[in-house]
Write a protein that binds this ligand. Structure first.
Ligand code: PLP
Length: 381
């Protein structure tokens, strides 16, 4: 018999984690109610006691996104999985796709659309800026795309792309609108149906106060008409919405993959918290705490990277790093000395900004005051 190799049989200790305050771009601290709920016993992905919980998630997602879309589900995986599901299903090889790039996540949409065989066209703005309706219309006229892809809350820059009216514009040009709402869902005003958004996706670990792992996705009837008219199969079995729908929709549910019931408990609880608070109050809470933070920044001689407050994401602020200050060193000290996590900028904004998230459970005044105090002390030394 082959002998067992015990070289890797290490006696590792029990997990012990520091009490971090996660004020970066995500994950944010999960609501304790979410953590408690996700510790309930695991159920099978097709257990008759589990299916109604999936239905609750769908209904509460429709509320949170302000949509009646039937095709509203949670994708296993992080925001990138839902992002890839949106792109994989809506892009057919050769489709002209227009991506409005205002930061890194727009670039990621470009990368994904290219991988799924699209003829990708790009319109761009400087990082921190957003498109006007006129600029988007000019892009639609110039490229005549099948889908316009935009990032609502561009986490790499802190800019919030206005979307009201964009769907109507797209539909007038026989084009679908895809919107990344990974950083805006549950934190900033978002009206999927009223704004004519045909495909949107998000994550669980930001405005919804859950750990990462199950990511919302919604498709309008218009989007589904494109999917159902495809001549090529979706190039991913795992992310094919028509296969996922057999598990998520209708009376007879069938196996597609083993969804994590514990992640669905978590998402359901996070969404239940949204519904209890109410969207209007929740959006206002994020805005109020963001403004408290922006005012406090001015008080310690720091400025926001996005100059116009109307274009700032209420749940994610990019703070300009003053000349001569080492952004990474400050972030390291915040973590080491105060257990506060914030993130630096990357790519075009590397070393130029800190990214500060006040999302979901963490959008509260005591966190704002604590971070401002810690920042002030570190910057003064
Ligand atoms: N899109 C945006 C705007 C994001 O901010 C992120 C992550 O921060 C993603 C997509 C990808 O999500 P995830 O990291 O959960 O896969």
């Amino acid at each position: 018999m082959t002998t067992i190799n015990n070289a890797h049989q290490q006696a590792v200790g029990q997990v012990s984690v520091p009490p971090r305050l996660l004020l970066g771009p995500g994950p944010s601290n999960a609501d304790p109610r979410v953590l408690q709920t996700m510790g309930m016993p695991t159920l099978s992905h097709l257990d008759p006691a589990f299916v109604p919980l999936m239905n609750d998630v769908q209904e509460l997602l429709r509320y949170t996104w302000q949509t009646d879309n039937e095709y509203t589900i949670a994708v296993s995986g992080t925001g990138t999985a839902a992002m890839e599901a949106a792109v994989a299903n809506l892009v057919e090889p050769g489709d002209v796709i227009l991506v409005g790039v205002i930061g890194y996540f727009g670039e990621r949409l470009v990368e994904m659309a290219v991988r799924y065989g699209a003829d990708v066209r790009i319109i761009e703005k400087p990082w921190g800026d957003v498109f006007t309706l006129d600029e988007l219309e000019a892009g639609l006229k110039a490229h005549n795309p099948a889908v316009l892809m935009l990032v609502h809350a561009e986490t790499s820059t802190g800019a919030l792309q206005p979307l009201a009216g964009v769907g109507d514009l797209c539909h007038a040009h026989n084009c679908l609108l895809l919107a990344d709402s990974v950083t805006s869902l549950g934190a900033a005003p978002l009206f999927v149906d009223e704004w004519g958004i045909d495909a949107a996706y998000s994550c669980s670990q930001k405005g919804l106060s859950c750990p990462p792992g199950a990511s919302p996705l919604t498709f309008s009837d218009r989007a589904m008409a494109k999917v159902n008219g495809r001549t090529h199969k979706v190039n991913s079995f795992y992310l094919d919405i028509t296969l996922l729908a057999k598990y998520w929709l209708g009376a007879a549910r069938g196996y597609h993959h083993t969804m994590s019931s514990n992640m669905i408990y978590a998402l359901r609880e996070g969404l239940r918290l949204v519904a209890e608070e109410g969207l209007e109050a929740r959006w206002q809470r994020h805005q109020t705490n963001a403004e408290l933070f922006w005012d406090g920044l001015a008080g310690i001689d720091l400025t926001c990277h996005v100059p116009d407050a109307a274009n700032r994401i209420p749940s994610l602020t990019t703070v300009a790093v003053p000349d001569g200050v080492d952004a990474g060193a400050v972030a390291k000290r915040l973590l080491r000395e105060y257990n506060i996590e914030v993130a630096g900028g990357f790519s075009k904004l590397a070393g130029k900004v800190w990214r500060v998230g006040l999302m979901g459970y963490n959008s509260r005044p005591e966190n704002v005051v604590l971070l401002l105090q810690a920042l002030e002390r570190i910057l003064h030394e």
